[in-house]
Design a protein around this ligand. Structure first.
Ligand code: GDP
Length: 365
């Protein structure tokens, strides 16, 4: 499963958020969560389309998409040099597909800040620096390995690798994250085996006090300014509010509580959807009387690849796919009606599955 890691300095609200995510009560009914390890949870992705399809098909069960969330505690200044358990935590980040960076944007004299004052931009830079130093280490080691071949022999691969790595190295040395390095998309593919930490897509979560959750505050403004060139989403959440929501038992109570605060959706919900977007994933559905189900694919998957998500045999024996557009299914109300209207597509091996497609695969076994 795809995994998002929650990072940030100590005492910024990571565990509070993780616990809210893990509290099934905090969410709509259709929102199971299970903890695999103390700091790892599997969470379902809320998707309105799945519910709408289920209303029409009335299946025996509904199976939503899931992602894993990991609480990566213990990142402090010096982590890249192995201070504390730093290196181990950096290793945890390497295994994730995307990063949720929590920043403390609330004042509270009772909650100690490791650096003595609240300053989310400084905090972000501390974490960034640790990740960048770790990447610099990785890149430098690789450069050493390819340097000789690149400079002496006619090894084209090595030359290219050397050039790309040098650009990335310079970029990291100037205190920037590899994700903004001036190299092409293709160049990034070339170095993807390094699993650089600062290449991973990132989402910033500003943890604010209760009164700032709608408006943001000065700290949030500073964060937005600091990350404006990163093309990253900045989400405003109050972990405090989220944990209060988590205490409420019924869906109606929680809705009322949210309305009182002028909110339409819990922060946790927003966070999960943003994380899903961050992973650059698309969803297709299967809709039968037994099961209406969401399946996760990467953007650009062909029909056989998408079939392979269900079962490798589906991919191997792929013959064709019957495709219904989500809007058509909703408008016509059933597969039969869609068919009758001539809106059922029959697609071959090269079809690129679109987000929201309802698929039915035909295959040989
Ligand atoms: P972590 O070290 O980043 O995991 O931080 P925790 O989630 O353990 O939070 C550290 C302390 O900050 C706890 O005492 C929380 O109750 C408190 N805290 C977390 N979020 C908020 C918030 O939004 N507002 C306030 N006032 N306190 C918070």
């Amino acid at each position: 499963a795809l995994q998002c890691g929650i990072v940030g300095l100590p005492n910024v609200g990571k565990s509070t958020l993780f616990n809210c995510l893990s509290n099934a009560k905090a969410q709509a009914a259709n929102f199971p969560f299970c903890t695999i390890e103390p700091n790892v949870g599997v969470i379902t992705v809320p998707d309105e389309r799945l519910n709408k399809l289920a209303e029409l098909v009335k299946p025996q069960r509904i199976v939503p998409n899931t992602i894993e969330i990991v609480d990566i505690a213990g990142l402090v200044k010096g982590a890249s040099k192995g201070e504390g358990l730093g290196n181990q935590f950096l290793g945890n980040i390497r295994n994730t597909d995307a990063i949720i960076h929590v920043l403390r944007c609330f004042d509270d004299g009772n909650v100690v800040h490791v650096d003595g004052s609240v300053d989310p931009v400084r905090d972000k830079e501390i974490i960034d620096t640790e990740l960048q130093l770790k990447d610099l280490d990785t890149v430098t080691k690789r450069i050493q390995r390819v340097e000789k071949q690149a400079k002496t022999g006619g090894d084209k691969e090595a030359k290219r690798s050397y050039e790309i790595l040098s650009v990335v190295k310079n970029h990291l040395e100037s205190g920037k994250s590899a994700r903004t390095a001036p190299i092409s998309e293709e160049d990034f593919d070339f170095i993807s085996d390094l699993s650089l930490l600062t290449v991973k897509p990132i989402l910033y979560v500003c943890n604010v006090d209760e009164s700032s959750v709608n408006t943001g505050n000065d700290y949030v403004a500073q964060v937005k300014q600091a990350v404006k060139d990163e093309n990253a989403e900045v989400l405003i959440i109050s972990a405090q509010i989220e944990s209060e929501i988590a205490q409420l038992d019924s869906y109606d109570e929680r809705q009322l509580f949210l309305e009182d605060l002028g909110l339409t959706e819990s922060g946790v919900n927003k966070l999960i959807r943003a994380a899903y977007r961050l992973l650059n994933l698309a969803t297709y559905f299967t809709a039968g009387v037994q099961e209406v189900r969401a399946w996760t694919i990467e953007n650009g998957f062909t029909a056989p690849q998408a079939a392979g998500v269900i079962h490798t045999d589906f991919e191997k024996g792929f013959i064709r796919a019957e495709v219904i557009k989500y809007e058509d299914f909703i408008n016509y109300g059933s597969e039969a009606a869609v068919k009758e209207a001539g809106k059922l597509g029959v697609e071959g091996k090269t079809y690129l599955v679109q987000d929201g497609d309802i698929m039915h695969f035909r295959f040989n076994v």
